[in-house]
Structure formats: structure tokens, C-alpha cells
Design a protein. Structure first.
Length: 94
């Protein structure tokens, strides 16, 4: 499937996943590697590896809605944060 023509990305959650994983979204979430995130996602039932996480974070891989839910649970954030619906996000690009 081709990327969305408006921004050449295959998902809108990847940037938020990266910010949360690296501790740049806020200071209350622990920082961890793509490998550790992959391991936690696998424990939660999502068959994913570090390469797939890299592709998601860069917008090169699509995400199913069920995968987004699992990411939100593992990252311990509301689903809306991954979709960047929270308007008070200091990292949001207009």
C-alpha cells in the first residue's frame, strides 16, 4: 500500500511513539531501546521486532488499530496521545 500522499507517511503515530520511547514527550515515562520496546510488545502479544519499530517510528510501516492499542498499553499512555490529539503537547508540529 502506498504512503499517504499528504505527508508521505504510512502512519500518524510513529513520531509520538518515538518521543515517548526516548523520554522526549515528558519526563515521567522511562526511556528504553527499540529492542526493549519490542520485547515488551511481544510479551503483550504483538509479534514485532526492533526493525519493525524503527520502520513504524519513521513512518515507513503501517499500523493496525489493534497494534496502536497495544503500543498505548505498553507505553502506558492514553490512546489519544499516540494520535497526537492532546493539544497541549509541547512537541506538536502545526
Amino acid at each position: 500500500m502506498k504512503a499517504n500522499q499528504s505527508n508521505n507517511k504510512n502512519n500518524i503515530c510513529g513520531r509520538q511513539i518515538h518521543l515517548i520511547r526516548t523520554g522526549k514527550y515528558d519526563k515521567q515515562h522511562e526511556k528504553f531501546s527499540q529492542d526493549l520496546l519490542a520485547a515488551r510488545l511481544q510479551v503483550a502479544g504483538l509479534d514485532i521486532d526492533r526493525t519493525a519499530i524503527s520502520r513504524i517510528e519513521t513512518g515507513k510501516r503501517m499500523l493496525k488499530d489493534t497494534e496502536v492499542i497495544t503500543f498505548a498499553k505498553v507505553l502506558n499512555v492514553p490512546l489519544a496521545v499516540l494520535y497526537d490529539i492532546c493539544f497541549n503537547n509541547p512537541h506538536r508540529k502545526s
